[in-house]
Design a protein around this ligand. Sequence first.
Ligand SMILES: [Zn+2]
Length: 88
Amino acid sequence: MSIWSCEIMCSNCGNTESVHNSLSEISDVAKRWGSFGGALYCPKCAATWHERNKKPMSDYENTFTVIFFKMIRRYNEQQEVSNDSPKD
Ligand SMILES: [Zn+2]
């Protein structure tokens, strides 16, 4: 099984973090990062979210889902690339 990872980016400051393909790692990152709808926020920007916005962030389940679907999309892209390679 190949190891692959996905980079997530903060929608506010552009900070990135690599997440590897394990549910425990996605869960760990989702506990530290925050989200609002489909946008992700790094731990630093999640901590100051309330100073910048008047509404609460999305919950942990939403953050987990956003990261999880980003990884699935990244995985599908990699599959397409390898399918495009010449066969012989
Ligand atoms: Zn940030």
